[in-house]
Design a binder for this molecule. Structure first.
Ligand SMILES: [Zn+2]
Length: 247
């Protein structure tokens, strides 16, 4: 039987600590809680790492967070040789916040890239140092410099980034909301989370389950490190932190 974990990060990406109760430990030692702030790997964003603190003050380190049999079951994968908690035990949860915040900045930067390059997305991967988004795009003459300056314009404008829940029917009525070519947002659950950028979603809105910063200025300085050709109509854009290195 799969458990259903309350995904607290979905409503509050900024919560760094909370408490929860152990509801299951699977045969590989994976810890399942009734609720969690640990994001589970999906949609190109890696899962969180961090600590689970027991009543006696000892820590269980979490090396990875993944989904289980269903998307709603979140499994905290302990590092090597960690203690195994009891079912029903209360734990204090703390995520590796500096890492998560880098991922939130990068993930939001990926959304800005899809605003500047409004083409079908074929893949994406977010990491603390380097993120990539792949587009189906003929060589439209994009340069790293142009894309970077358009993205930085959106960063400097400090547009708000927020979630809005819509129904399956609303999404079906607005098919252009979905930019991903291969990945359809989960439907059938009745509601879908849209990530909106700008007042009244004036800059962008798209279905996404990841974690993002609350405003574009918080992304900070970023640049396009590389535009790679991956086949006749596929281009891979790499986003990096910091100013574009001058040649
Ligand atoms: Zn997102």
């Amino acid at each position: 039987m799969a458990f259903s974990t309350q995904a607290v990060f979905r409503d509050d990406a900024y919560l760094r600590e909370t408490e929860a109760t152990v509801v299951g430990v699977n045969d590989r030692g994976g810890i399942i809680l009734d609720r969690t702030i640990f994001y589970a790997t999906s949609g190109g964003q890696p899962g969180d790492t961090g600590l689970l603190t027991r009543g006696d003050g000892s820590n269980i380190s979490v090396a990875a967070t993944i989904t289980g049999e269903t998307k709603d079951e979140i499994i905290h994968v302990p590092g090597l040789e960690q203690a195994v908690p009891e079912i029903g035990e209360r734990l204090k949860l703390s995520i590796d916040w500096p890492r998560r915040h880098l991922l939130m900045r990068m993930h939001a930067a990926c959304h800005l890239l899809t605003v500047v390059c409004p083409y079908p997305i074929t893949g994406a991967s977010v990491s603390e140092e380097d993120s990539r988004v792949d587009f189906d795009i003929p060589d439209a003459g994009f340069t790293k410099e142009d894309v970077t300056s358009q993205m930085m314009e959106l960063v400097r404008a400090n547009h708000p980034i927020y979630n809005r829940w819509i129904s399956d029917d609303e999404l079906a009525a607005n098919p252009t909301l979905v930019k991903s070519k291969n990945v359809r947002p989960p439907s059938g659950t009745g509601k879908i989370r849209l990530v909106c950028i700008g007042d009244n979603a004036s800059i962008d809105s798209q279905p996404c389950g990841g974690t993002h910063v609350a405003g574009t200025a918080e992304i900070g300085e970023i640049h396009i490190g590389k535009i790679e050709k991956k086949g006749r109509e596929n281009r891979r854009f790499r986003i990096r932190f910091g100013a574009m290195p001058s040649n």
